[in-house]
Design a protein around this ligand. Structure first.
Ligand SMILES: NC(=O)c1ccc[n+]([C@@H]2O[C@H](COP(=O)([O-])OP(=O)(O)OC[C@H]3O[C@@H](n4cnc5c(N)ncnc54)[C@H](O)[C@@H]3O)[C@@H](O)[C@H]2O)c1
Length: 272
């Protein structure tokens, strides 16, 4: 039985799910945190069935990842399990939580806008929670030399889209946290990076107003003329967990097939 685990925040869907499967295929055990109502549990059960078939150990928690008491309980449970299995480690902590307000900041006509509560919640789930999980995981000693912390950002961290203001701010913060953690975790032999994934058809993207336009633009602009898939990102995570990736630290790594580099006007020009 494996001693190496991945701890995935947002394991039931999208990038988190693909990472769980890819890394399980490579022999890692999976600790998965997710937040799903009854309707979403079918996908969790299917994922668990696949992990069972792969023969790796796994444990899932259907809880709010920003709940401090839940976080402490999960880290304590993993620590306890590791005590009985010396040499066990969490190799990767992946932050893949998607939960944010998608409302504009301003509407003079009295339409619904971002509230203080929803803005704080977006920042808390999509950015700040990374810090609290890292603090607990490192303090508990369940991640050590060779550990990897990875967050997921988007091109929207540096660009403006209608209704993406709060999430954009969270992404900018997440990238900043990734760099700061790289500095602070280096003494422990742990790297910290942020993956900037290309536009990917997941439930989180489907919730963004105008996602059809976002996808059409990505399809046109991406040199491969297809969207990024969760598996594209999982493939890169499988590279990052290798010892050879130790020197990649404090980076925002584009995993988008070249999408972000291409100027959209270049594609529009021939049609003009
Ligand atoms: N889809 C894209 O185009 C794209 C591109 C770049 C970056 N990202 C980022 O990737 C990350 C993952 O997004 P995705 O597209 O895989 O989304 P997704 O909706 O497919 O998955 C989100 C996961 O987060 C979990 N989750 C949400 N809130 C939670 C909470 N409070 N506590 C515990 N679990 C919670 C869900 O249960 C689910 O497992 C997000 O940060 C997103 O912004 C997405």
């Amino acid at each position: 039985m494996t001693n190496s685990y991945v701890l995935i925040l947002g394991a039931s869907s999208g990038f988190g799910r693909a990472a769980a499967l890819k890394l399980a295929r490579e022999g890692f055990g999976v600790f998965g945190v997710h937040l799903d109502r009854a309707a979403g549990m079918k996908q969790v059960e299917e994922l668990q069935a696949e992990l069972t078939a792969l023969g790796v150990p796994f444990k899932f928690w259907n809880v709010n990842a920003v709940d401090a008491a839940q976080r402490s309980a999960i880290v304590a449970e993993i620590s306890e399990q590791f005590k009985n299995n010396p040499g066990s480690e969490v190799r990767l902590l992946l932050h893949s939580l998607a939960f944010g307000t998608l409302k504009p900041f301003v509407d003079v006509d009295g339409g619904d806008t971002v509230s203080q509560k929803s803005l704080e919640m977006t920042l808390d789930v999509m950015a700040n929670s990374l810090i609290y999980w890292v603090q607990d995981v490192v303090r508990a000693g369940i991640m050590g030399q060779g550990g990897r912390v990875v967050g997921l950002t988007s091109a929207g961290s540096t660009r403006v889209l209608p209704t993406y203001g709060a999430v954009s701010a969270a992404k900018a913060a997440l990238e900043s946290y990734g760099r700061q953690l790289a500095l602070e975790l280096t003494p422990y032999g742990i790297t910290s990076n942020t993956i900037r994934a290309g536009v990917t058809h997941t439930p989180a993207l489907a919730k963004i107003p105008g996602n059809d336009v976002i996808m059409a633009n990505a399809f046109m602009r991406n040199p491969h003329h297809r969207l990024t898939t969760p598996e594209d990102v999982a493939n890169v995570l499988s590279l990052l967990v290798r010892p050879e990736a130790q020197w990649i630290n404090g980076e925002v790594i584009g995993v988008d097939g070249g999408e972000d580099s291409v100027d959209l006007t270049w594609w529009k020009a021939p049609q003009a």
